[in-house]
Design a protein around this ligand. Structure first.
Ligand code: HGY
Ligand code: MN
Ligand code: MN
Length: 416
């Protein structure tokens, strides 16, 4: 006898149409999206998601960080819900699928259950986590981090963007600040579908990534201070060029990552140069070092080496160095039972699959600390993400969501 729901599939066309509809909100300049957190575009995307959830018969709740929870009732209202979701906010030059596939894939699970008239024992809740990207307001995964007790609510609400606007002000302004206390909700399990954002699944010809672990991350915000002066009339020997500090540290971060291959990465993505004038030697440069690996001891060693060498490099060229951590989480190992539910679903559905470590951070990395959690990944073209050219195929989206459907519904328990 077939396992419960063995051959059930989601509606790939409906999922794809919803992805394309959401992609119209906050369009980028090169075919992707710029729907940054707590912008008017984010508010518009939230409203569309809310409309779809209402139409699917879900009740919506919003907490003090703007996290959205769309609930489909189960037959046992006392049973802890199975949560499924990701994020709708994007990078400034983001793609159409990063995060969005996980939220709309979760909604497709609900829509398919409605189509089939299936009841589950546990309620199912589709979640949109606020500010996963951490670009406008550092750190990444901010709202899921507050939910998991990693950041105090007040601290999170005071995060400022580059224009001095706070997270709390902006959340109020767009009308998505809820009253529900963040983190009170208890979960039976949490599942997140996400594009891989790397090249492995496509290169290996696999439909599904069964995510067993994630990389840990350290975001170190550095300030190198020199002295502004004329680029033409200041003798070279007198210069205190903060820009050289940035150049030396950029190379140091790369060197540390390369000496820790194959399981380490490092780069500097955010850079502010002051005063950023063509004919003034930079007096100050503020930038964020991003170091990651799934091996905790190695991550700590990489940061220790960086913190030992960076100040010395700056001192040698007559500029000062200061730094502080603006984001961090240790490498997560996901829940064996939830991971097995994903692997078994892929196997049963006949999708090729492999175990994989997530290179990117995700809300699941924090939720993993408060509930049994696992992720399922689909390939992306050329492994490209955080780029407007990010692309996936309709079949990859459907396969990932089929697996998500089976893992979520089996965990929630089908009631005949
Ligand atoms: O930084 C990350 O890994 C995620 O995309 N926010
Ligand atoms: Mn993401
Ligand atoms: Mn992202």
């Amino acid at each position: 006898m077939a396992a419960p729901g063995e051959n059930l599939r989601i509606n790939g066309d409906r999922l794809w149409d919803s992805l394309m509809e959401m992609a119209k909100i906050g369009p980028g300049v090169a075919g992707g999206n710029n729907r940054q957190t707590l912008t008017d575009e984010d508010a518009e995307g939230r409203a569309l998601f809310q409309k779809w959830c209402d139409a699917a018969g879900c009740s919506m709740a919003v907490d003090q960080m703007g996290n959205m929870f769309a609930r489909r009732e189960g037959t046992d209202p006392e049973a802890l819900p199975v949560y499924v979701g990701s994020h709708l906010d994007t990078q400034p030059t983001g793609g159409k699928y990063d995060g969005v596939l996980g939220v709309l894939g979760g909604l497709e699970v609900i829509r398919t259950l409605n189509d089939l008239g299936i009841q589950t024992k546990h309620p199912i809740v589709v979640t949109n986590w606020t500010n996963e990207e951490g670009t406008r307001f550092a750190p990444a995964m901010l709202a899921s981090g507050v939910f998991a007790g990693k950041h105090p609510l007040d601290w999170a609400l005071e995060r400022e963007d580059a224009h001095g606007k706070t997270f709390g002000e902006e959340l109020e302004r767009i009308g998505w600040k809820g009253q529900e206390k963040v983190g009170d909700r208890k979960m039976h399990a949490f599942f997140e579908l996400h594009i891989e954002q790397g090249p492995i699944l496509e290169a290996e010809g696999k439909d599904i990534g069964v995510v067993t672990h994630g990389q840990g991350l350290r975001w170190i915000e550095c300030t190198v201070t020199g002295k502004e002066s004329h680029t033409g009339s200041t003798p070279m020997a007198m210069r205190k060029n903060a820009g050289r500090g940035l150049a030396l540290i950029t190379e140091l971060v790369h060197e540390i990552a390369m000496k820790n291959q194959p399981n380490a990465v490092g780069a500097i993505g955010h850079i502010d140069v002051y005063p950023n004038s063509r004919n003034i030697i930079p007096g100050k440069v503020v930038f964020t070092v991003d170091m990651r690996t799934h091996l905790l001891d190695k991550l700590n060693d990489m940061v220790d080496e960086f913190m030992e060498r960076a100040p010395k490099l700056c001192k040698e060229i007559g500029v000062s160095f200061d730094s502080h951590i603006v984001g961090q989480f240790d490498p997560p190992a996901f829940d064996d039972t939830c991971v097995a539910a994903i692997r078994d679903a892929a196997e049963r559905l006949g999708y090729s699959h492999m175990n994989i470590v997530s290179g990117a951070g995700h809300d699941a990395c924090w939720i993993n600390d408060v509930a049994p959690t696992a992720m399922v990944m689909c390939p992306c073209v050329d492994g490209l993400s955080h780029n407007e050219a990010e692309d996936i195929t309709k079949d990859w989206a459907a396969a990932g969501t089929d697996v998500l459907f089976h893992a979520v519904v089996e965990t929630a328990g089908i009631v005949r």
